[in-house]
Every structure is written in structure tokens, then in C-alpha cells.
Design a protein around this ligand. Structure first.
Ligand code: PBG
Length: 333
């Protein structure tokens, strides 16, 4: 190989390792960075408890009391996080077939929204889960018809009312996570009709029927029997996500999301190439639990795995990352 030729392109003129020589060099040439404002912390608040309850399958995550949730929201502000996503965990005896506590202004999620807004004001984006699964006794994300199937259009009526009630309680953003057809449009219409034009809808646009939701179901005390495969997407499909994306955007989604994260980075990249709205990804409970469990066994460097995971989302094209590591990662960054 002549030296002219190698300098024109190949080795030994080209040595990519030069840009990896020192931490300062690597930092300077990093193509993607995670910023605290990119991070959204999902939190659980449980009705009727006086101390936070650890979620055993998610080490480091708790079901909050109203008081500990307020403190955590204030910490999220101090860490400079972008947002906080609140999930309400009602008492078992308050669950029913239609998820009544999801539309009761005194339901735990609505109470918590008011608490958190009074604590943090507009200093962080306050989001709420617009879904029925935490509040129904059967654990499905919607109401059931006479044959026990999830009734799409009847569910939309429930979501519309929930949207209004959550906005009234102070949510800045509603996370439309139920995977019903038309959920974004219905939420949007209900919000506008009630004068909440400024409240945003975050579409859980591509949400897959994933085995990795396991620990979340413990976190919200889910009573689900069976599965969600008639409404959440089949992991075998990716083109279908593009269809969901067109629909959510047409229905007025202000932001869109891919969920779970790591097993669906290809879908995230597909979205990144197409959207002109903020794009989120949800690093879900099971993904979190895997790293935590391996770290507890001494099999993996937890902090390095955490930062590598978050960076991979940015690399794939995410703007926003929902992660149970948000507080910890935000403080580090
Ligand atoms: C549905 C909902 C789910 C999650 C958030 N919202 C999952 C489900 O059971 O389908 C999962 C989040 C996680 O696993 O971390 N309201």
C-alpha cells in the first residue's frame, strides 16, 4: 500500500483511535449526550399508605405516599429533570369494572396531581397516566363488553372524562397509554371542549404487548388476568407502528412515544426519521429490573449500564426518555 493512497483514506493515515485517546477527547467528540431535561421520572403514588412501600421487583423504586411524592417531585425539579409521570395506585376496594376512581376528583391520581402542582408549580412538566388499568378490578386498560372483551369505543368515553378530570387536577401533559383506537383524538376533543387547549397529549403511539411489563404490574398492584394482546401491538410488527404514528399525529398528538425501549430501538429509529414532534421512549420496568438484578449479583457494572442504556436511546433518535433512573442519572449529569 503506497503512503499517498493510505493518506487519502486508509490505514495508516486514518486511525479512528486518535479520537478515543483521552476522556476529554472522547467527551468532545461524543455525538450524543443525555441531558437531565431529556429525562422523565415515572412515579407511583398509592392511596391509603403512611410509609413508602418498596416495589420488590424494581429495587430502588417505591410506591409513594402523597407526602413522599411531593418530596420526590421537588427533588426532580432540583435535578433539572424534564418531567414527572404520575401513576395512581388506588385501594383494591376502590377498583371496579369501569375504573370509577380514575374519574373521581378525589381519586388518588387526581389528588396527587394537585399535591404535585402545588409543590412544583410550572417548574417541571407534570404528566399523568391516562389509562384505566390501575383503576379497574379486572386490570384491563378499558371497560369490557358483555362478552368480556375490551370495548374500544365505550373506553374512549371513559378516557375523555379522565382527560378532563386530570387536566382540572393540574396535569400539563396526559400520557395516552391505553392503546385504544382514537384515544388521542378523544382526549384532545375532551380537553378542548373543557377549555384545556394548553394541556398536551403524549401518545403512547407504538406500545407493544411486552413481557417486560412484569414488574410494573406489581408496582401498580394490577389484577390483570390474561393479557393485553388485543390492544397492544404484536412484537413481530414494525410497519404497524408507522400506521399508529400517522394516526396519532393526525389525531393531534403533541408528542409520541415508543415503548418498551431497548427491544424496540429499530422502531424508535423509524420514528426519528419521520416525526416533527418530540419523540419519547419508555425504558420500562422489566428493562430496569434486568440491569438492577444483574448488578445485585455482581454481574454487571450498574452505573455504566445505566448510562449506556440512556445514551443508546439518544443515539437511536429519542428526545425524551422515561426512566426509573431519571433522578439518579439527572443528578450525575
Ligand atoms: C398502562 C401502562 C403500562 C406501563 C405504563 N402504563 C403497562 C401495562 O401493563 O401494559 C408499563 C410501564 C413499565 O413497565 O415500566 N397503563
Amino acid at each position: 500500500m503506497s503512503s499517498e493512497r493510505s493518506l487519502a483514506g486508509g490505514f495508516p493515515g486514518a486511525r479512528p483511535r486518535r479520537l478515543r485517546t483521552t476522556p476529554a477527547m472522547r467527551r468532545m467528540v461524543a455525538e450524543h449526550r443525555v441531558h437531565p431535561a431529556d429525562l422523565i421520572l415515572p412515579v407511583f403514588v398509592r392511596d391509603g399508605i403512611s410509609e413508602p412501600v418498596p416495589v420488590s421487583s424494581m429495587p430502588g423504586v417505591v410506591q409513594h405516599t402523597r407526602e413522599s411524592l411531593k418530596e420526590t417531585a421537588a427533588e426532580a425539579v432540583r435535578a433539572g429533570l424534564g418531567g414527572i409521570m404520575i401513576f395512581g395506585v388506588p385501594k383494591d376496594e376502590d377498583k371496579d369494572a369501569v375504573g370509577s376512581c380514575g374519574t373521581d376528583p378525589e381519586g388518588i391520581l387526581q389528588v396527587a396531581l394537585r399535591d404535585v402542582r402545588s409543590e412544583v408549580g410550572d417548574d417541571i412538566v407534570v404528566m399523568s397516566d391516562l389509562c384505566l388499568d390501575e383503576t379497574t378490578d379486572h386490570g384491563h386498560c378499558g371497560v369490557l363488553d358483555a362478552d368480556g372483551r375490551v370495548d374500544n369505543d365505550a373506553t374512549l368515553e371513559r378516557y375523555a372524562e379522565m382527560a378532563r378530570v386530570q387536566a382540572e387536577a393540574g396535569a400539563h401533559v396526559l400520557g395516552a397509554s391505553g392503546m385504544m383506537d382514537g384515544q388521542v383524538a378523544h382526549a384532545r376533543r375532551a380537553l378542548d371542549a373543557a377549555g384545556h387547549e394548553d394541556v398536551s397529549v403524549f401518545g403512547y403511539t407504538a406500545k407493544y404487548a411486552s413481557a417486560f411489563y412484569g414488574p410494573f404490574r406489581e408496582a401498580v398492584g394490577s389484577s390483570l388476568q390474561g393479557d393485553r394482546r388485543t390492544y397492544q401491538q404484536d412484537p413481530a410488527n414494525s410497519r404497524e407502528s408507522l400506521r399508529e404514528l400517522s394516526l396519532d399525529l393526525a389525531e393531534g398528538a403533541d408528542m409520541v412515544m415508543v415503548k418498551p425501549g431497548l427491544p424496540y430501538l429499530d422502531v424508535l429509529r423509524d420514528f426519528a426519521e419521520r416525526v416533527d414532534v418530540p419523540l419519547g421512549v419508555y425504558h420500562i420496568s422489566g428493562e430496569y429490573a434486568m440491569v438492577e438484578a444483574a448488578a445485585r449479583n455482581g454481574w454487571i457494572d450498574r452505573d455504566a449500564a445505566m448510562m449506556e442504556t440512556l445514551t443508546s436511546f439518544k443515539r437511536a433518535g429519542a428526545d425524551l426518555i422515561l426512566t426509573y433512573w431519571a433522578l439518579e442519572a439527572g443528578r450525575k449529569l
